[in-house]
Design a protein around this ligand. Structure first.
Ligand code: SF4
Length: 382
């Protein structure tokens, strides 16, 4: 457990008490069996670090395992279609991460001779790789003495060192980087770095930190001053933008229409139902496809929250009377086939009952599929 001296006191081998305690704690109580641990392969480390940005470990694990099965190495990822990469990412959110992964893999394979950079100063030049991610790659793939500063580490340092101010503020962030560098140990950098990550994720949590189990409790400014619930200083409030979004679920002969969203933008690169406009849905159908709607059915509005935006999604099922006369950029797909595409969570939620209904029609009566059940109103995650 914790020693009683502060981080300025240096122990053997040039280690501060801060790093000494953290390393000992990580070796005894940290996480050692995560699927990306035990490897020095920068590719595996890089993918895990990108997936872990803004996403919890428990959510990432099944995605990481599926991703590694499908794209076991850099050449496999570079050779894949972006479409397929997005499909593997579907449901994990923040899709620009997947686009950057694919772009970076192509860059390394086709322009850097296929050798993934282990040095932080080179890795940081890849698309989607920030300073902390580059440092983590260097630490875990090469044992480099680099400082990381992800969200968990910012929280631990802000509390332990008593740093006030929102960590997203440039001056506060610069102070935290300075601290992160000054606390680096002279050895065991991997255990130290993993210890910071583990402590932030399992002990010094955002809400209700478990200070009694913390190796840093003896000299933690936040604990001693009763400030743990005030540090780090929260981000100044940004009003959540409310947005209405009508999704047109066009159907014909048992298939639904999906089109790819442009990037950048919400769900860029993913497959989505067409967006409704201000027209009456039947009129929009006739204008889009050159044929009238045989049936228009408005579903219940449901909410979906993005980072600073709350979407109020109105699904409108529109069945075309005849085969469409116009063409557009997209695909007609059976609902179960559409579910295999790279689609965002709300589209998946809308497709699932359609696929189930189509399946039920096929297996019970063989009748032509034309029903469009309305999914329940719901609060859905990213
Ligand atoms: S003592 Fe508490 S607040 Fe301080 S670093 Fe440990 S868990 Fe966080």
């Amino acid at each position: 457990m914790a020693g009683s001296c502060g981080p300025a006191i240096v122990c053997w081998s040039g280690m501060s008490h801060f790093s000494f305690r953290l390393i000992a704690w990580q070796q005894h109580s940290g996480r050692h069996d995560l699927p990306w641990q035990g490897s020095r392969d920068p590719y595996r480390i890089w993918v895990s670090e990108i997936m872990l940005q803004q996403t919890q470990v428990s959510t990432v694990i099944p995605y990481y395992q599926r991703f590694m099965e499908r794209f076991p190495d850099l050449p496999a990822l570079a050779a894949a279609d972006l479409e397929e990469v997005l499909r593997c990412w579907s449901g994990l959110g923040y899709y620009s991460r997947a686009r950057h992964l694919h772009a970076a893999a192509c860059h390394v394979v086709y322009e850097l001779g296929g050798v993934f950079p282990r040095e932080a100063m080179l890795a940081v030049q890849l698309p989607g790789v920030g300073r902390s991610t580059a440092a983590a790659i260097a630490v875990f793939s090469a044992g480099a003495r680099e400082a990381i500063l992800d969200g968990n580490v910012k929280r631990v340092l802000a509390r332990h060192q008593g740093v006030h101010g929102w960590p997203g503020d440039a001056q506060v962030e610069a102070r935290l980087w300075e601290l992160a560098r000054s606390l680096l140990p002279g050895q065991d950098i991997e255990a130290y770095t993993q210890g910071l990550m583990d402590l932030g994720a399992t002990v010094c949590t955002r809400r209700a930190p478990r200070c009694a189990f913390c190796p840093l409790q003896a000299d933690c400014v936040a604990r001693l001053g009763g400030l743990a619930d005030q540090l780090p200083t929260p981000r100044p409030r940004i009003p959540v933008q409310q947005q209405q979004l009508r999704l047109m679920i066009y159907s014909h002969a048992g298939r639904v229409w999906l089109e790819r969203r442009p990037a950048p933008g919400i769900w860029g690169g993913l497959w989505c139902f067409a967006r409704g406009d201000s027209d009456e849905p039947g009129a929009q159908c006739e204008r889009t496809w050159g044929v009238p709607a045989i049936r228009v059915n408005c579903g219940e509005v449901f909410s979906h929250t993005l980072t600073h935006r709350r979407l109020h999604i109105e699904p409108v099922m529109v069945e075309l009377r005849d085969a469409p006369r116009h063409t557009s950029v997209g695909r007609w797909l059976a609902p179960d086939e559409a579910l295999t595409m790279a689609i965002p969570v709300p589209v998946r939620r809308l497709l699932q009952p359609l696929a189930a209904a189509a399946d039920s029609k096929r297996t019970t009566s063989g009748a032509q599929y034309n029903g469009m059940p309305v999914p329940p109103a719901d609060q859905v995650g990213r």
